[in-house]
Design a protein around this ligand. Structure first.
Ligand code: NAI
Ligand code: MG
Length: 372
């Protein structure tokens, strides 16, 4: 029987709630699709930090490295200075594990309410490939004259051919198994130096993908096109900062933060990939059972694709989206069932195979380029 070693990092707030629901779904996936997982729970987050003063240590990195994938909930707490846990754990993990690609699908599944008037599932099916290791997020810069009216802050954006090329190459490969369209999203008219590098990489890598059609959109224009005409896009490749911003807008199109999933992929084979809903720890609703577990379950589906369990990935996608489509609201009391009850409902559909397969399954496409 196939066996996968998974590290589980539930984290803070609603993180443990949605992760528990996702693990219930994983139990059902294992029985239905004949594989098993060994699961190690790793207690990173606010409690661990406040008790021990520890963020991501070398020891934890080595422990995680010995696993086939990481399932992550969310991190962040009002009890800790903003940024300490987020930088010290999430960004540190992405860097330590060389998770070069942040993969964020923006797909509106049938029956899921969207705040964008008139938007239909046929018009909203794109994937954002975000470079995940550099740009403005390298934490390089300096300040002088701090605390005086002459204070100067320099915050640098780093763009290497190496990192941009691996993001762009991945994006081309994904476009090739989808609708064959790749859009570069940047701000080449103002960030001229970085823009030249990204454009040159697009052209260079594109020589190997003559069948993929490319275009270019400025990031500000992207914020206008995304809600109005998302059908323009198939795969979008972009830098770390722009990707962070446009994918929150993307999450809105697909029904909100509770629904959106992501993967942080190591594609060099020298580190462990990590899968997480894109929402945070939601302290405003934590402890009430009001968090939607769909984002966590779709992240689980992406993880299964990465582990080579393509059928299970598509199965979890079908069951999750079937349950989503029947919900009276996507968050809060109005969902009509708690986080864990929804996890059990998804697991139930998966176990009896009664959810209709998703047409043009996103997880099947992703599995083709994501499998380890
Ligand atoms: P958030 O994503 O936690 O919450 C934003 C809003 O979305 C809140 O109203 C929340 O109730 C709602 N929401 C979030 N997840 C939901 C779900 N599953 N179902 C239904 N509604 C949901 O972002 P916020 O409030 O800005 O940040 C809270 C904490 O999380 C902060 O410490 C922040 O730094 C951290 N954070 C962590 C992330 C991670 O672990 N990857 C990502 C984003 C934020
Ligand atoms: Mg973000």
């Amino acid at each position: 029987m196939r066996r996968h070693a998974i590290a589980v990092l539930p984290g803070d707030g609603v993180g443990p709630e949605v992760t528990r629901a996702a693990l219930t779904v994983l139990d059902a996936a294992e029985s239905r699709f004949d594989f098993t997982t060994g699961r190690t729970e790793v207690p990173l987050g606010a409690d661990h930090y406040l008790e021990r003063g520890e963020l991501l240590t070398e020891g934890t990195v080595e422990q995680l490295r010995a696993h086939d994938a990481i399932l992550f909930g969310a991190i962040g707490s009002p009890r800790v200075t903003p940024g300490v846990l987020e930088r010290g754990i999430i960004l540190a993990l992405r860097r330590a594990m060389e998770q070069a690609i942040n993969l964020r699908p923006v797909r509106l599944y049938p029956g899921v309410p969207t705040p964008i008037a008139g938007l239909t599932p046929e018009r909203c099916d794109l994937v954002v490939v975000r470079e995940n290791t550099e740009g403005a997020y390298v934490a390089q810069g300096s300040s002088v004259h701090v605390g005086t009216p002459a204070q100067v802050a320099v915050q640098e954006s780093v763009n290497t051919w190496y990192a941009v090329e691996r993001a762009v190459d991945f994006a081309y490969r994904l476009a090739a198994v989808r609708r064959g369209r790749l859009t570069l999203c940047h701000k080449t008219n103002v960030l001229v130096e970085a823009g030249k590098l990204w454009t040159a990489v697009m052209e260079s890598v594109g020589e190997r993908f003559p069948d993929v059609e490319t275009d270019y959109v400025h990031v500000d224009a992207m914020c206008m096109h995304l809600p109005v005409s998302p059908e323009r896009f198939d795969v979008v490749v972009t830098d770390n900062l722009f990707g962070d911003i446009v994918t929150d807008l993307g999450a809105v199109l697909q029904g909100g933060l509770g629904v959106a999933a992501s993967g942080n992929l190591n594609i060099a084979g020298n580190g462990t990939s990590m899968f997480e809903p894109i929402h945070g720890s939601a302290p405003d609703i934590a402890g009430r059972g009001w968090a939607n577990p769909a984002g966590a379950c779709l992240s689980l589906a992406m993880m299964l694709g990465h582990l080579g369990e393509g059928e299970a990935a598509a199965g979890v996608e079908a069951a999750t989206t079937a349950v989503l489509a029947g919900l009276p609201a996507l968050a809060g009391e109005g969902m009509g069932a708690s986080t864990q009850e929804l996890g059990e409902r998804i697991a139930g559909l998966l176990a009896d195979g009664s959810a209709p397969p998703v047409e043009g399954s996103l997880m099947s496409q992703l599995t083709q380029v994501m499998a380890r």
